[in-house]
Design a protein around this ligand. Structure first.
Ligand code: GLU
Length: 480
């Protein structure tokens, strides 16, 4: 049988890192075995619905290269793929389930758990012994026909222990007594997650379900529904949460970064995807850098880990640096260009990109790295004193005065030629190379560390600006 997995996000406005990781594992389980990856939008909780959120889901999956085989936008044989468009189906199956003895109609007015707010969190269902369970079915149907509002509530009639297998957690035992007879179909005719997930996963022929381990405790309830209908449950793959630290889950609500936030902070989608793949899965060896294609070839769900992984931004930053360095010069330049907005058009942007690429770990570091190109920052003349370079303000003043006329008459303004020229100045004046190059670099940047050396900076700035900055530096040193 062909593997079929589904990513079933609720459109709540952003792509949580944990959600994206779930999507990735669903995608990899399907694609590592030639199966299909389905996108289903779970929008039955209208209160949490955020306008435009579905678009964010599409864009994010596309941006990281996780193409879906069926979904709301492209259709497929098992649609519709948006839950709110499947309303009649849920009602039909809810009534069937009542007939099969797996659920009952309930007429108690608005119990806590019927409200929209918390229904998607399985823990939210309070244990309840429902008096309506004992209303004869014929009477219940008469009341419904007479227009009385009702919900459909699950029957938990079994006693003893439910046992089911999970790929990550192994065999899990849960006492039937711990399960609540929660609402499956609300009075507005929309299903709760606890019902919709079973109906949809069955009708869409989903073979593997990957989801957060917070759903483990409700899984026996889903299995009872499968059983009542005579359906086979999917393979369960529950994954531990992504943690911020040992105690706290990573959560957008607590200000932790979403996928979009990370991209805005200059992380490459490919690097983010690679990093989150390893949050809960390992290839069984030391490898850490994986493209999506490599993940497809390497992934196996047996290597998913049940202990929660901590999201380590330092590690992601390191990995992002690897990805930046692996980009072609052209691709890096394209990504860097928008960050050069505030710089003068006389700057050689390609030259700038070549010195930045090996140096930065996130694109967001660029503005700070290049700020001195817009304007030399206020700096202390002490910067010219450097033991290793054997320079001080006097050496610097001498060096810059020697360099200025030579650069003024320079015709070839490229790195190699300028480097030879400045070395020539050093040799001709019996000075060390550093005694010339270091002061020039300070004069051009006002900074101790810079992307690129003296002559690279001269190329980036262009002749006119280079001469102007050396001139200003000479004035600064003269006025000490
Ligand atoms: N809509 C659910 C969520 O976003 C999906 C859970 C599942 O994958 O079954 O948490």
């Amino acid at each position: 049988m062909k593997t079929r997995t589904r990513f079933a996000p609720s459109p709540t406005g952003y792509m949580h890192i944990g959600n994206l990781r779930t999507a990735l594992y669903e995608y990899l389980i399907a694609k590592s075995t030639g199966g299909d990856f389905i996108l289903r939008i779970e929008d039955t909780d209208q209160k949490r619905y955020v306008e435009g959120a579905t678009d964010i889901i599409y864009k994010t999956l596309k941006r990281v290269g996780m193409d879906w085989d069926e979904g709301p936008d492209i259709g497929g044989n098992f649609g519709p793929y948006v839950q709110s468009e499947r309303k009649p189906l849920y009602a039909e199956y809810a009534h069937k389930l009542v007939e099969l003895g797996g659920a009952h109609y309930c007429f108690c007015a608005q119990k806590e758990e019927d409200k929209d707010a918390d229904e998607d969190t399985p823990e939210a269902h309070i244990k309840l012994k429902d008096p309506c369970k004992h209303i004869p079915l014929e009477e219940a149907k008469r009341r419904i026909a007479a227009g009385e509002p009702f919900v459909v509530r699950q029957n938990i009639n079994k006693k003893g222990t439910s046992i089911f297998h999970d790929v990550v957690y192994g065999d899990i035992e849960i006492d039937y007594d711990e399960l609540d007879e929660g609402v499956l179909l609300k009075s507005d005719g929309l299903p709760t997650y606890n019902f919709a997930n079973v109906i949809d996963d069955h009708l869409m022929q989903i073979t593997h379900v990957v989801r957060g381990n917070e759903y483990i405790s409700s899984t026996p309830k889903y299995n009872l529904i499968y059983e009542a209908f005579g359906w086979t449950p999917p393979v369960y793959v529950h994954v531990p949460p992504v943690m911020k630290d040992a105690q706290h889950k990573l959560s957008k609500r607590n200000g932790d970064a979403s996928f979009q936030d990370l991209v805005a902070k200059g992380y490459l989608p490919e690097a983010i995807l690679n990093y989150i793949a390893l949050l809960g899965w390992n290839p069984g060896d030391e490898r850490e850098i994986f493209s999506l294609q490599e993940l497809k070839n390497t992934f196996s769900s047996e290597r998913l880990n049940k202990s929660p992984a901590i999201f380590d931004i330092t590690k992601l930053t390191w990995m992002n640096g690897c990805y930046i360095r692996n980009l072609s010069a052209e691709d890096f330049h394209k990504l860097a260009l928008p960050y050069y907005n505030n710089l003068s058009q006389s700057i050689d942007f390609s030259a700038l990109s070549s010195v930045l690429q090996p140096r930065i770990e996130t694109l967001a570091q660029i503005p700070e790295e290049v700020a001195f190109l817009a304007e030399v920052p206020e700096y202390s003349a002490d910067l010219y004193t450097n033991k290793k370079m054997k320079t001080d303000t006097e050496v610097a003043a001498k060096a810059l005065n020697l360099v200025l006329p030579v650069l003024e008459s320079a015709t070839a303004w490229n790195n190699e030629a300028l480097f030879e020229t400045l070395k020539g100045v050093a040799t001709a004046n019996e000075m060390k190379n550093g005694q010339i190059l270091y002061p020039v670099r300070i004069a051009l940047s006002g900074k101790e560390t810079t992307p690129g050396g003296a002559t690279e900076l001269a190329c980036i700035l262009g002749k006119e600006e280079t001469l102007r900055r050396i001139h200003n530096a000479i004035n600064k040193l003269n006025n000490l």
